[in-house]
Design a protein around this ligand. Structure first.
Ligand code: F6P
Length: 545
């Protein structure tokens, strides 16, 4: 069966959820806990080394039932099968969506247009292994015979965010190679990076699915010019590699064919870190760890495909998000990893979630009459506690938050880790429980404050509580668990897209800005005068003069 193209708000589950919301939205999470002593257990899913406790949410058993009914009514199961089976579910671009094939087992058979794509995937993986082994071991040498010390990934969006996030996250598993990421067309980014580098010992990887992206081509050209100041044209072959679907354009750029790694149209940019786009990851941590990352994702793929929806982590996370987005009117979601290694995780998810589900037209081409994509943001704890937590605790907005933590730290410093995790657990507890006026009053009195002082200060110290959180507790940050974590969020995105009846795998919304930037650049370069509004005209005038 093909993916449904129907309005979710017309399903009977949605209608029931609407009235259920009206009748029950005044109930608090605390009340749910008091009425069910087994709540924590009943609202927890364990899978491999992951525990997802979603008991601190504004949902009852009935809410969960209705949300699960919604998933059934939109035919989520067949939508999942369609994706895994290579159906062209990215209909506006006529493409299959198979990032899951990149981490499939070698014995799997996944067909696109009748052809099994798994052997090709493994052939590229083999080449990535050989290439990264030779660079890491030092057998591959630069143009003056020295081994490589630095690697620069040149790419943007999906060709940057995923690799950079993972390289940071797996730093502990890294080797001697120093990794750098150049993405912004802001020349100061590339020049600041080059300042530290020696052309004799630096490898550049140009990553662009299309090989037409202005930022990446500009940066790659600048880097090549810089390189050619000390090296010769024939040395480019030793120092530049490329990853793209567009082999013609790579050849024009002058990168040797043995250093060109293909990718495929059935992989979306923001889901591509598992392909050769992840070459920088492979170089940073070695092929065995890169493989571990892919295996972890594959395990999560199996979980997503086979677990019953009530035990299915991506499905449950997606349904909760729909609940807050579409019934509570929550606009944003925070993702707070309690690990400094995951400092780029929210930035990475922003592209995944917002480029995928930031759509206002449904699969029939009609404007939707309900909310879609959530706004994702976040920073690691405990730093974020000292930055924006005030607003989550006492502000006017409802911000559901995912807390991600690990039982073990990597360096095994118990003192630090216990403190980190004490904060991790305390925050979700505080967000749920809050602190009542009575308690605040009592505390203030016990601190010997006079009655007037107590009265005037109480309102400021009250915490309403009832703030929803999910807690994801994982044994340890390893390539395997990171792979599974990323895949978990990837699948959450798709489940939401299916429910909202939108196409999550295209991104037409990024095109207009690119088009206009080209026209404005022509104007800046004096080539023609584009048709500007008054404000743009004034601003350009100021810039040009
Ligand atoms: O910003 C739009 C986008 O197309 C992203 O989807 C993509 O990840 C990024 O640009 C980079 O594209 P490419 O890999 O083709 O350079």
């Amino acid at each position: 069966m093909a993916i449904r193209h129907s309005n979710p708000s017309e399903t009977s589950a949605w209608k029931k959820l609407s009235s259920h919301f009206k009748e029950n939205s005044n109930k608090t999470i605390r009340q749910f806990f008091s009425s069910n002593p087994d709540r924590a257990k009943e609202f927890t899913i364990t899978w491999n080394d992951f525990t997802l406790d979603y008991s601190k949410n504004r949902i009852s058993e009935e809410t969960r039932e209705l949300l699960l009914q919604l998933a059934k009514e939109v035919d989520l199961q067949s939508a999942i099968s369609d994706q895994y089976n290579g159906k062209r579910i990215n209909e506006t671009e006529g493409r299959a969506v198979l990032h899951t094939a990149l981490r499939a087992k070698e014995s799997d058979v996944i067909k696109v247009d009748g052809k099994n794509i798994v052997p090709e995937v493994y052939a590229v993986r083999k080449r990535m292994q050989q290439f990264s082994d030779s660079i890491i071991s030092g057998t591959a040498k630069g143009y003056t015979g020295k081994a490589f010390t630095d690697v620069v990934n040149i790419g943007i969006g999906g060709s940057d965010l995923g690799p950079e996030m993972v390289v940071k996250a797996l730093k502990y598993y890294g080797n001697h190679l120093k990794m750098h990421f150049v993405s912004n067309v802001d020349g100061d980014h590339v020049h600041e990076t080059l300042k530290e580098l020696d052309p004799e010992t630096t490898l550049f990887i140009v990553v662009s699915k299309t090989f037409t992206t202005q930022e990446t081509l500009t940066n790659a050209t600048t880097v090549k010019k810089w390189f050619l100041k000390s090296a010769k044209q024939e040395d480019v072959a030793k120092h530049f590699a490329a990853v793209s679907t567009n082999t013609e354009k790579i050849a024009e750029f002058g990168i040797a064919s043995e250093n060109v790694f293909p990718m495929w149209n059935w992989v979306g940019g923001r889901f591509s870190l598992w392909s050769a786009v992840g070459l920088s990851i492979c170089l940073a941590v070695g092929y065995a760890h890169f493989s571990g990352l892919l295996d972890g994702a594959n395990e999560m793929d199996t979980h997503f495909k086979t677990a019953d929806f009530d035990q299915n982590m991506p499905v449950i996370l997606a349904l909760l998000s729909v609940w807050y987005n579409n019934f509570y009117g929550a606009e944003t979601e925070a993702v707070i990893p309690y690990s400094q290694y995951l400092s780029r995780f929210s930035a990475y998810l922003q592209q995944g979630v917002m480029e995928s589900n930031g759509k206002s037209v449904d699969r029939n081409g009609d404007k939707v009459d309900y909310q879609t994509g959530t706004i994702i943001w976040g920073e690691p704890g405990t730093n974020s506690q000292h930055a924006f937590f005030q607003l989550i605790h006492q502000g006017t907005k409802l911000i559901p938050a995912d807390f991600i933590g690990f039982k073990d730290s990597l360096y095994g410093d118990k003192d630090h880790h216990n403190k980190l995790m004490a904060n991790f657990f305390a925050q979700t507890k505080a967000l749920m429980r809050g602190k009542s006026a009575e308690v605040v009053q009592e505390e203030l009195k016990n601190q010997n404050n006079g009655e007037t002082a107590v009265k005037s200060i109480v309102p400021f110290k009250v915490f309403e509580g009832n703030k929803p959180t999910n807690t994801l507790l994982i044994d340890k940050l390893t390539p395997n668990s990171l792979g599974a974590l990323i895949a978990l969020y990837e699948h959450k995105i798709y489940v939401q897209g299916v429910i909202w009846n939108i196409f999550c795998y295209d991104q037409w919304g990024v095109e207009l800005g690119k088009e206009l930037a080209t026209a404005v650049l022509n104007d800046i370069n004096g080539e023609n005068v584009a048709d500007h509004d008054g404000s743009t005209l004034n601003l350009l005038g100021l810039y040009k003069n």
